[in-house]
Ligand binder design. Structure first.
Ligand code: COA
Ligand code: MG
Length: 288
């Protein structure tokens, strides 16, 4: 499943859904959690469930963000949305892989009841939103078979630890959140799932978003959360390998294929060895 851009859409907004479906997002995250007020939770759940009934062909995958366990709403959310058409869940405020196992057990039951193949609904996790989650990032390895991606979040973590801010004056993350971001990246790589960068809150600043996405791609992230339709094209562009990157990757893969006993080669005056080959293979896999 391609997940370069995952666009959040508040689950109670018909208008925003109409707008979101016209974007090129790889996934729409229909939100039942923090973008929906408590008194709208039930109607948002019904709205989202009805959107999933539409089985006309579409370019995006449907994800839903259910409410976390401490709200008491999680099981109702899952019961309403697990049906053919649902591609995945984005699990907020997870403490670690044990929370994913709980969700997955419920999915097993609900998929069977809905006549869906067991394992159809994939799981992406916001893996750094609680303090204890920071100590449990290794628990995602080995990965649950449903696990497809890890992402991270700074706002709930900041609230949980009582921080008065999470950005430096120049807009960079302060050190606790840089650590959360880095650990999310390593945890994703260890588990072999997609690392997705967190949202970029200033949705009018598409230049800033682009520069930040380029840094994220350089660091190893393969996609990003979007909160506004204007962010989607920028994110897709930044997380799609350029023609030059693809050509270079092909050259490396072809050179090693032509020299199967070589561990290191010189290509265009540069040393290329096995880590470069692996990176080139990943680049080519990203375009499939
Ligand atoms: N999905 C779909 N449509 C969206 C959208 C989104 N995430 N964000 C904005 N739009 C729509 C608006 O409804 C508006 O539509 P219109 O032209 O028909 O009036 C248009 O895009 C332009 O929106 P704009 O005026 O620039 O922003 P806004 O002030 O209406 O909305 C937010 C700002 C932050 C409230 C909105 O972007 C949003 O709801 N984002 C998602 C929030 C969310 O889900 N958070 C949870 C994860 S942290
Ligand atoms: Mg949140």
């Amino acid at each position: 499943m391609k997940l370069r851009s995952m666009l959040f859409v508040p689950g109670d907004s018909e208008k925003k859904f109409a707008k979101a479906r016209a974007t090129a997002a790889d996934a729409l995250i229909l939100d039942l959690e923090d973008s929906v007020a408590l008194e709208q939770k039930a109607s948002a759940r019904d709205h989202v469930a009805s959107l999933l009934n539409d089985n006309t062909p579409r370019r995006w995958s449907f994800f839903v963000r259910p409410n976390p366990f401490d709200t008491g709403l999680t099981y109702q959310d899952l019961a309403a949305v697990v049906k053919p058409g649902l591609g995945g869940l984005l699990i907020p405020k997870a403490d670690g892989a044990h929370d994913i196992a709980r969700i997955a057990e419920e999915l097993d039951r609900l998929e069977a009841a809905a006549g869906m193949a067991i394992g159809t609904v994939r799981i992406a996790v916001v893996a750094t939103e609680t303090p204890i989650a920071m100590f449990n990032l290794a628990s995602y390895t080995p990965p649950h078979p449903r696990l497809i991606a890890l992402t991270w979040g700074a706002e709930d973590l900041a609230a949980a630890i009582g921080a008065t801010g999470n950005k430096e004056d120049d807009g960079q993350w302060t050190s606790p959140y840089q650590m959360a971001r880095n650990m999310c990246l390593f945890a994703s790589a260890a588990a072999g799932v997609l690392p997705l960068d967190t949202l970029y809150a200033n949705f009018r600043d598409t230049e800033g978003l682009e520069a930040d996405c380029r840094r994220a791609r350089r660091d190893g992230f393969l996609g990003r959360i979007a909160i506004h339709p204007d962010q989607v094209d920028v994110i897709n562009r930044c997380f799609t390998p350029s023609d030059a990157e693809i050509a270079e990757a092909r050259e490396i893969v072809d050179a090693f294929a032509a020299n199967p006993s070589a561990g290191t080669l010189g290509i265009n005056g540069k040393m290329v060895d096995i880590p470069h080959l692996k990176a080139a293979q990943k680049t080519l896999a990203a375009i499939l």
